[in-house]
Design a binder for this molecule. Structure first.
Ligand code: AP5
Ligand code: MG
Length: 233
């Protein structure tokens, strides 16, 4: 039996990176960690979708690239993250979901983090590729960002959010074709980022994402305690 975990008030994880291929559960897990630790989730995918919704120049540009499963240029994403990291709610840490995705973004982030007392820790969520397609094509999202899956994590009433009754939507890039492009971009660019953090052995860990959502959350939590050398780890 694993030991009970300390209360959130005893432990702040500091800056955390959630890394992994499309559909491994970065967003799902980030939301659980936000609830538990009270530090914000910063999802570059969500921020870009927000820009798209607001028709900003960045949003218009990102729209085309995201629809093809390609990455938005590093400089633009880095700037967007820089302005988010200036907000006061990041003072005690944050969960970066989907960033960095290129070596250039990882090196840029290293430069930003010098002001933090705690170094960044990176958790790579690992799921076999054959499982990911079903996760992506089955995903449904509420306008408030709650994440469901028609196969693995369905809402109580089809098409309706359990929490606020809103209508669930499907992401435009959650098609079979775009999924393959997103996997290609992941393998070509983001796999190297995972190796970059793996080389910092004491600040990196892998978690098995191919288990129940709550079990993944439990493993990420205990991994964070270990990476931060918490006495109860
Ligand atoms: P982004 O929105 O980050 O997409 P992604 O990386 O492809 O990841 P996803 O959001 O698809 O998956 P996830 O890991 O969050 O999984 P989730 O928890 O939802 O980025 C989109 C695009 O924006 C990119 O393609 C790019 O164009 C651009 N972009 C973003 N960041 C960028 C950057 N840094 N640089 C450049 N461009 C950038 O779960 C998936 C499904 O699985 C859900 O249905 C969920 O219910 C289900 N599920 C989750 N966990 C489990 C489980 N344990 N068991 C069963 N089902 C599960
Ligand atoms: Mg996500």
């Amino acid at each position: 039996m694993s030991k009970p975990l300390p209360n959130a008030s005893d432990f702040l994880p500091g800056p955390v990176l959630l890394l992994g291929a499309p559909g491994v559960g970065k967003g799902t897990q980030a939301k659980h960690l936000v609830e538990e630790f009270g530090i914000p989730q910063i999802s570059t995918g969500d921020l870009l979708r927000e820009h798209r919704k607001n028709h900003t120049p960045l949003g218009m540009m990102a729209d085309e690239l995201m629809a093809k499963g390609q990455f938005v240029p590093d400089d633009l994403v880095n700037q967007m993250v820089a302005s988010r990291l200036k907000q006061p709610d990041t003072e005690h840490g944050y969960i970066l979901d989907g960033f960095p995705r290129t070596l250039n973004q990882a090196e840029w982030l290293d430069g930003q983090l010098v002001a933090y007392l705690l170094p960044v820790v990176a958790v790579s969520i690992v799921v076999p590729e054959r499982v990911l397609l079903e996760r992506i094509t089955g995903r449904r999202i509420s306008p408030a960002g709650r994440i469901y899956n028609i196969y693995t994590n369905p809402p109580k009433v089809e098409g309706i959010c359990d929490v606020d009754g809103s209508k669930l939507e499907q992401r435009a890039d959650d098609t079979v074709e775009v999924f393959h492009e997103r996997m290609k971009a992941f393998n070509q660019k983001t796999a190297a980022v995972i190796e970059y953090y793996r080389e910092h052995g004491n600040r990196f860990a892998e978690v098995n994402g191919d288990q129940d959502i709550d079990d993944v959350t439990r493993d990420i939590r205990s991994t964070l305690l270990k990476l931060r050398h918490h006495p109860e780890a």
